[in-house]
Design a binder for this molecule. Sequence first.
Ligand code: PMV
Length: 328
Amino acid sequence: MTTSSNNSATALAHTNIALIKYWGKKNADLIIPYTGSLSLTLDQFYTKTQVSFDRQLEQDTLLINEQAVTDKSWQRVHDFLNLVRQQSGITENARVISDNHVPTAAGLASSASAFAALAAAASKASGMDLNERDLSRLARRGSGSACRSIYGGFVEWQRGSDDTDSYAVPIENPNLKDIRIVALTIETHQKPISSRQGMERSVTTSPYYPTWVKVVESDLKEIKSAISQNDFAKFGAISEFNAMRMHALTLSANPDFLYFNGMTLDAMNEVKRLRHAGVECYYTVDAGPNVKVICQTKNVDTIANTFSKILGPEKVTVAKPGPGIKYL
Ligand code: PMV
C-alpha cells in the first residue's frame, strides 16, 4: 500500500506570452488547435501547486492563494483530475493547494502556469512518470496555452491532428537571448468574453478565419527564422502583426467583440511613438486589454520608465525568459 506522502507532489510552472497566438479549436474536447503557436516563458510569473491524493477526502478540494474555491474553477480542476485518475487508474480524491505568484494584477493570464503546474503535480502524485512531451499533452487538456509552459524560453505548440501529436516543443538553439517583456497592467477585471468563448465565436462567425489559419503558418515560419537569425526587428514586427491579426477576428465576428479599451490603444500608440523615436519596441495583446511590450535589454529601462510615468510604477513589470517545469 502506498503511503500518503507518496501520493503527494508539488510542481512549479511559469506563465508564457504568445508571440504567435493560438486562437481557435478544431476539437474543443481534446483542445486541438487549428494552428500552431509560439510563446516565450516568462520568469516573473508562476504558479506553485501541490496535489495530494487522499482516500479520506470525500471530494476534490481546491485552495488558491489560501482561499477555498468552489465555483467553476473548481469544476475545471475536478474535470482535469478526473482525466488524471482515468489515465493513472488512481481513484482517490485530491487536495489541491495552489499559489499564483503573479504580481498583484500584472494582468497576465494565469491559466497557462496553473494547468502546467497542476498537470505536473497531479500526474506525479498519481504515480505516473510522464516525459515532457506527455506532460505537455496532458497540460493541453486543461488549457491550450498550458502545454507551452512545460518548457522554458521560446516554445512552439505543434498543432498536430489528435491527442497524440498535439504538444509543445522547445525551440532548439535559440538566438535573441536578450529579449525582455515589459508587462503593462491596464485593467485587472476578468474579461467579459473568455478566450474559450471568443475563440469559438471567431471560428464560427468570422469570414476571415480561414485566412487566419493560412497566415499563422507563414508567421510561424518567419518568426522561427527571426529567432534563429537573431533578427529582433523581424521578430518584433511579426509578433505585432500576428497579435493584430488575431484581434481582427474578434472585430469581424458576429456579434463583434473587442478586448481593447481606450488605454490599450494609448499604450499601443506610445509603443509606436517610442519606436519612431529610435527606441525599438513592439507590442502584443492577448484576450484582454493589457499590453506587453517586446524589447531588448538595451532599451528596457527607457521603456519601463516611460510607462511608469504614464501608468504608475506598480503597473509596470519587467520579465525575462523563464524556465520550464520544476518539481519541488
Ligand atoms: O489557453 P487559453 O484557452 O487560455 O487561450 C489562450 C489564448 C491567448 O492567450 C489569447 C493566445 C495564446 O496563444 O496564449
